[in-house]
Design a protein around this ligand. Structure first.
Ligand code: DLZ
Length: 163
């Protein structure tokens, strides 16, 4: 078995690609702006740290997370855009409103990725309260914006190997 595995072709995300000529769109929901601005900073800085050029990153704001899917689609349909990172924060409320938004945006972003064949990253926090959100937007649990950007980079690396 071990010798068979040696010959297995593995497309992995270990090798990060050169992203200096890759173009990214970051779509940011305006609801819970304190949180989504922190997610944006994390995502933007991570792209820059890994080699993206400032002029190759565009930002689009949408009113709320529900609008992320359509915003992501508009950017993903632009031929020059290689990957889209969608950032939002849907805080649990007294009604099930958040559930509807979360499911819709998760499904919507999935559809955009499948329809366009481009990485479309789900960077939406779904916390129970504001503190949990802040903990994940540059707080004690890191910054999910950074992770979303890393996921975009890794998917571009994988895409490069597959095609
Ligand atoms: C309406 C609403 C509510 C209650 N909560 C949030 C939220 O926590 N986070 C968020 O990003 N958006 C919220 N929205 C707005 C919806 O996403 C959407 O903008 C509106 O329902 C209009 O389509």
């Amino acid at each position: 078995m071990a010798s068979e595995l040696k010959n297995l072709s593995v497309f992995s995300t270990d090798h990060l690609p050169d992203i200096s000529h890759r173009q990214f769109a970051i779509v940011v929901a305006e609801w819970n702006a304190e949180v989504t601005e922190a997610l944006f900073s994390g995502a933007y800085q991570t792209l820059i740290n890994y080699g993206a050029k400032v002029e190759n990153i565009v930002r689009g704001n949408v009113p709320g997370s529900f609008e992320l899917s359509l915003g992501a689609q508009w950017f993903a349909q632009r031929t020059e855009i290689d990957a889209v990172i969608a950032l939002g924060c849907v805080i649990q409320g007294e009604t099930k409103h958040n559930d509807y938004i979360n499911h819709a945006v998760a499904q919507g972003l999935t559809n955009v990725g499948l329809q366009t064949g481009k990485p479309v990253i789900f960077g939406v926090l779904t916390p129970n309260n504001q503190q949990q959100a802040l903990d994940r937007a540059g707080g004690v649990h890191g910054n999910k914006g950074d992770e979303a950007a890393m996921t975009a980079i890794k998917m571009l690396g994988l895409q490069q190997q597959v095609y």
